[in-house]
Design a protein around this ligand. Structure first.
Ligand code: CU
Length: 522
């Protein structure tokens, strides 16, 4: 069974005949409103999910704080069961994770084992280590180490598959200042000393690939937002940043359109910027109803954004926990509340969108003597309970070439409103640099008889090489379950593209800057 009914927008396009590009029948974020529901709390027997990444196979890799041991495991959304991941003998606590073009997870940096835990390091000391997890063989391997040890770094997967590491801390108050690039084709790191600045980027700096393929960095300390070009090793200031005592959370809810949550003085402000415009500038939109720090945001297929957990003062005091999630609508640019969480999800909690459209919320704690939350809850958006949910019944293979057109078959009783790609989630500390939602141009309208339609795959600049959820939304804004596809370059753009500018001699590289007030995190 394919298409079950005619759809007005599709009919209109069919009558128009010559049209090659159609406008989605409904704007983004138009899903019918409803509160959704939470599952019961799922006990994970002393496992706190500090880091989570969705696999190209649809399960979730996660790990806890681990003092020299291994806790990394895979969790199945369909059965709820865990399986182990052998071969990891180091701690990856407070590292950063991204995905290589082939889907493997790259984990960079982390926390050196403290004296108090039997190690030799002071608290909050960084590591140079890098590890790669391969889904197909279910094993960890050792990648080349960075030049600079980094605790709380950010890593961004570039359009060609290289990985940019920036920020983080070497030892307490000594901040990393030279970004470096990992090339998975050669397993080498190359420093970019000409991108170093006297004010270092800090802990888990907010950075994302913009629609021009360059890395857009929100520099809180300098109140600047700027593009970093790793090939020419140049910065270009884009605009002034909002006032920001904390890093905030950023979501690319549509190509080049960012929502920054909690970049502001009060703990409630939200801002948007459209990097597609000639002179991008941050614009304040509706504020959160609850003041919250150290929380998660998660992007939904319809362009809405959920803010989940956190505490009103950034502490791990359960009495300060914010249990009420909120959801942001990109059309009204306002937040509304959802039903409460059953338990706090504060610092070191994590949230991902699952392939079937549910939201997995887990972890929190692992900070001094503060309480831990070794459990999960699953949020089910209201639209998953509606009749006639659309389904993508056929895709032309799982590898999609950037810039090409692909034909899909969508089974729907309500027509196709839009087709989107969403970066496979990989999150810790509220940051996911691969999170993005791209609305694909429909080049051949949905055929109500056959269910077929054709969409255009974005360029690598807009959809960096790697794995994505492909999701069709019907005219009501109800999303299908995701098909997981891999976006690849057309052949010329590969991960081994050379760095155009040669690095300076090593002796001239000032890798670190000492700051007056060291960060307080553990
Ligand atoms: Cu941490």
């Amino acid at each position: 069974m394919v298409a079950r009914s005619m759809h007005l927008a599709a009919v209109a396009v069919a009558l128009a005949g010559a049209l090659t590009l159609t406008i989605p029948a409904v704007p983004a974020g138009a899903a019918p409103a409803g509160p959704g529901s939470f599952s019961a709390v799922i006990d994970w027997s002393n496992f706190v999910a500090v880091h989570m990444a969705v696999s190209p196979a649809g399960d979730v890799l996660m790990w806890d704080r681990e003092d020299g041991l291994t806790s990394a495991r895979r969790w199945s959304p369909s059965t709820g069961a865990f399986v182990g991941t052998p071969g990891l003998v180091v701690s990856l606590f407070c590292a950063f994770q991204t995905r290589l073009p082939g889907g493997q997870v790259l984990v960079v940096g982390g926390t050196a084992l403290k004296k108090a835990a039997g190690g030799t390091a002071e608290a909050s000391t960084g590591l140079e280590q890098a590890r790669i997890f391969d889904w197909a063989s279910n094993t960890w391997s050792v990648a080349a180490s960075m030049k600079t040890p980094r605790w709380y770094p950010t890593v961004v997967a570039l359009p060609d598959g290289r990985q940019l590491a920036l920020g983080g801390q070497l030892t307490k108050g000594v901040m990393a200042n030279v970004p470096e690039l990992y090339d998975p084709a050669t397993n080498t790191w190359t420093e970019l000393p000409r991108l170093a600045e006297s004010t270092p980027p800090g802990l888990y700096p907010q950075a994302v690939v913009g629609p021009n393929g360059k890395v857009f960095v929100v520099k809180n300390a300098l109140r600047q937002s700027a593009y970093m070009d790793v090939n020419t090793q140049t910065w270009t200031t884009v605009t002034k940043s909002p006032p920001a005592p904390g890093a905030g959370n950023i979501e690319m809810y549509e190509s080049g359109k960012l929502l920054a949550v909690n970049i502001g003085l009060s703990g409630t402000e939200s801002w948007v910027i459209d990097l597609n415009t000639g002179r991008p500038a941050w614009r304040q939109v509706g504020s959160l109803q609850f003041k919250r720090r150290k929380f998660n945001t998660v992007l939904l297929p319809d362009g809405r954004v959920m803010a989940i957990g956190g505490s009103s003062d950034g502490s791990l005091d359960p009495a300060k926990a914010v249990l009420t999630p909120e959801i942001w609508d990109p059309i009204t640019e306002t937040w509304s509340v959802l039903p409460n969480l059953a338990v706090p999800r504060m610092y070191h909690s994590s949230v991902v969108l699952l392939p079937d459209g549910r939201i997995l919320i887990a972890g929190g704690g692992r900070f001094g003597s503060a309480p831990n939350f070794p459990s999960a809850q699953i949020y089910r958006p209201h639209y998953l309970s509606l009749a006639n949910r659309p389904a993508i019944t056929k895709v032309p293979g799982s590898i999609w070439t950037a810039g090409s057109t692909v034909s899909l078959t969508v089974d729907t009783a309500n027509g196709v409103g839009s087709v989107v790609l969403m970066g496979l989630p990989a999150v810790t500390h509220g940051i996911d640099t691969s999170a993005r939602r791209l609305v694909l141009p429909i080049t051949s309208a949905w055929n109500p008889t056959t269910g077929a339609l054709t969409v255009q795959v974005p360029s690598l600049a807009k959809a960096p090489a790697g794995h994505y959820y492909a999701i069709a939304l019907d005219s009501r804004g109800v999303p299908s379950p995701a098909r997981i596809v891999q976006v690849v370059g057309s052949g010329s753009a590969s991960a081994s593209t050379a760095v155009a500018a040669a690095p300076q001699p090593e002796a001239e590289v000032a890798r670190a800057v000492t700051v007056a007030e060291p960060p307080q995190q553990d």
